[in-house]
Design a protein around this ligand. Sequence first.
Ligand SMILES: Nc1ncnc2c1ncn2[C@@H]1O[C@H](COP(=O)(O)OP(=O)(O)O)[C@@H](O)[C@H]1O
Ligand SMILES: [Mg+2]
Length: 263
Amino acid sequence: MSQGLLSLGIKRVAVANQKGGVGKTTSVLAIGSGLAAAGKRVLLIDGDPQANLSLFFGVKSASDEGACLGKALAAYARGEPGGLAAQVIHEVRPRLDLVPFRMRRIRAQLGAADLKAARELFAEELAALAADYDFVLIDSSPSDGELERMLVTASEAVIIPLEFQLFSIAGLEAMIDGIATCSREAGRTIRLHCLLFTKSENRVGRVEQYRAVFSNFHVPIFEICKSEYLPRCLERSKTIWEGAPASYAARDYARLIERAFLG
Ligand SMILES: Nc1ncnc2c1ncn2[C@@H]1O[C@H](COP(=O)(O)OP(=O)(O)O)[C@@H](O)[C@H]1O
Ligand SMILES: [Mg+2]
């Protein structure tokens, strides 16, 4: 049986996969709002310049005004403190705070920087900020570059959402290698906490076969069923707990929260 993050004393969790459309943002939203509803204090970090998570909470993108993770990252890239705590929008829901993304042009600034120093500055400021929360969840972007490395390096554990397909294996192996590299650079263990198979459906009875293949990675596996409620809630700016609390998808996310986080 898998151990939960609470009992492991782990707060900072990146939800990452270089592939797009696998349910990273959906999962950060469902887990974060579910933990907050369960009485935990939660900080969400939108680490994707496309800012889907920020948009959900009504944050206007492509703006230089207002809180933005990019402002802190740009400071780290110059070798300066980023004032991450000043980029927090408080109480987007009860007990739920958000560091949004607004500026799209962050990658060019990171490109020229001393990235080792920048990564360390971010990891330090995030660890300090995490003292105010029970959990910090980081949504990351669907690519594989310096920004994503910074996000993983600043975390203590990673959850990888992916689809139950045999061709997810190569991407997963690359992700696991990437986490090991970040661990080495950070000088501490970054735990691969679990795999999260989203959009799961057992139409052709393949799930058992896939489960057997992926069990070779020796990482706990959770599943979220394919559900039309998830995109529908997203469109209406409702979390799954607000829009479809009795759905199978809500049941699956509740089980994940209970076991992988609060267990
Ligand atoms: N379990 C699910 N069942 C059905 N659709 C889902 C599920 N999880 C996510 N989606 C949908 O898939 C699309 C991509 O999800 P998203 O969370 O934005 O992925 P990512 O952040 O990895 O790019 C969205 O339209 C989302 O509503
Ligand atoms: Mg996303």
